[in-house]
Ligand binder design. Structure first.
Ligand code: KG4
Ligand code: ZN
Length: 337
């Protein structure tokens, strides 16, 4: 018998609903929130309000696109954290109410777990599923980790950032350059036309498989402060080379540790996941590594890189198959554990 799962994602500033038939995607609807653009980051109060406005239309649209009736659903999966509390509460409350009304199981999903399991969504435009065990570089606005994935539910953090996340670094550098939030995609776009070797930024020296990005942010800040004293138009004149050089440094920091992890574990199946995995430079670096080192690389379809409910639904699907349901009293959590 087929299993239909509705997934709900509302952890940050995207309201999303997706429908899966087993592991196959039927619909993945995402409503982005433009309201944060000029605040330099997500404004929690505005995000919760926008989720409240978006959630019902987004779920309706997902059911329409999937061409199923809500009574066909077998379970509702929702993001229970980490994320912004007010945002998570909108998705959690909606999922709880709908599961009660339809009398079907409720499944709670960890957002970062879901970024990784997004690789298992069956979609004609997404390449084959990763083979266990594999390494996953999980890079988003709030997280930067190297995970060792042994199974759908057996995973270990073997390296992580000791300060800023890589997505946060893209966004903070963009903010220094006067770009709107989120800056990551804008830097990516400009970097394509710039020289990645134009400006040399220092690389951190951190032990083991951990990362650090706060030094890079500070050196960009000081570098620009000095240049702007000489030429107030420095950023505008050099934005392409600046973007390319910063992006190149972030990717080199990430890839150096990922190579180290592959060497230490002997694992040659390597995936990337999370918002920053949408970055064209990081995708290219992975493809290059697959040629040079013979890695089998897994790069998620663009739509499954940044926040989406399809990844929540696929994680919910595997938890549903295990009978791992949530109680109505479950409460969202804000930080990763
Ligand atoms: O996974 P995600 O959508 O949300 C979180 O869970 O945080 O990741 C968002 C992050 C933001 O920092 C955004 O700037 C970054 O991913 N991002 C990118 C790109 N697309 C999104 N960073 C670099 N290049 C991109 N193309
Ligand atoms: Zn995310």
């Amino acid at each position: 018998m087929d299993t239909y799962i509705l997934g709900i994602e509302s952890s940050c500033d995207d309201t999303s609903a997706a429908v899966l038939k087993n592991n196959k995607i039927l619909a993945n609807i995402i409503a982005n929130q433009d309201v944060h653009k000029f605040y330099g980051g997500v404004v929690p109060e505005l995000a919760s309000r926008a989720h409240q406005q978006n959630i019902i239309p987004v779920v309706h649209r997902a059911l329409d696109v999937a061409k199923i009736n809500k009574n066909q659903l077998n379970a509702i999966a929702f993001t229970n954290g980490p994320g912004l509390l007010g945002s998570l509460l909108v998705g959690a409350s909606f999922a709880k109410s709908l599961s009660l009304a339809l009398n079907i199981p409720l499944v709670e999903v960890n957002h970062m777990h879901a970024h990784i399991l997004a690789h298992f969504i069956e979609d004609e435009q997404q390449p084959a599923n990763p083979e266990f065990p594999f390494l996953c570089l999980t890079v988003s606005g709030g997280h930067t980790q190297i995970m060792l994935i042994r199974d759908y539910f057996d995973m270990e953090v073997i390296g992580q950032t000791i300060d800023d996340a890589s997505g946060e670094t893209f966004d903070k550098v963009a903010k220094i350059m006067g770009l709107p939030y989120p800056g990551g995609p804008l830097i990516d776009k400009m970097a394509r036309e710039g020289n990645p070797h134009a400006i040399k930024f220092p690389h951190p020296k951190i032990a083991g498989l951990d990362f650090s990005f706060s030094g890079l942010k500070t050196s960009v800040l000081y570098f620009l402060r000095d240049r702007l004293k000489e030429d107030p138009d420095y950023i505008e004149k050099n934005k392409l080379d600046l973007s390319a050089s910063v992006q190149h440094t972030i990717i080199e920091i990430l890839m150096t540790k990922l190579r180290k992890a592959a060497k230490e574990t002997g694992i040659r199946h390597v995936a990337i996941a999370g918002g920053v995995s949408a970055n064209s430079g990081l995708r290219q670096a992975m493809l290059r590594e697959s040629e040079v080192s013979g890695w089998q690389v897994y790069i998620p379809k663009f739509e499954y890189s940044t926040d989406n409910a399809a990844m929540i639904a696929i994680t919910g699907y595997y938890k549903y198959l295990k009978g791992d349901y949530a109680a109505q009293g479950v409460t969202p959590f804000t930080r990763y554990s």
